[in-house]
Ligand binder design. Structure first.
Ligand code: SF4
Length: 63
């Protein structure tokens, strides 16, 4: 899912410590820098900036 970063999203991300990037996903293999499911890796960091468009992966899972 793609969405634009808004002020509301920035506020909620800070309040709830949002994690969504591949680097924070249990399926991300650090040794190869690839997704264990073979998906193309998306965001590698959780840095958010207003106006930027970001992508959420439906398979993201906390480590
Ligand atoms: S499952 Fe999705 S979020 Fe997790 S490493 Fe793979 S592509 Fe990234």
């Amino acid at each position: 899912m793609r969405t634009k970063v808004t002020l509301q999203l920035l506020d909620e991300a800070a309040r709830f410590s949002l994690r969504y990037a591949c680097d924070d996903c249990a399926h991300f293999l650090v040794s190869t820098a690839r997704c264990a499911h073979g998906y193309p890796t998306g965001e590698r960091t959780g840095e958010l900036r207003e106006g930027r468009e970001i992508e959420f992966c439906k398979e993201w899972e906390g480590a």
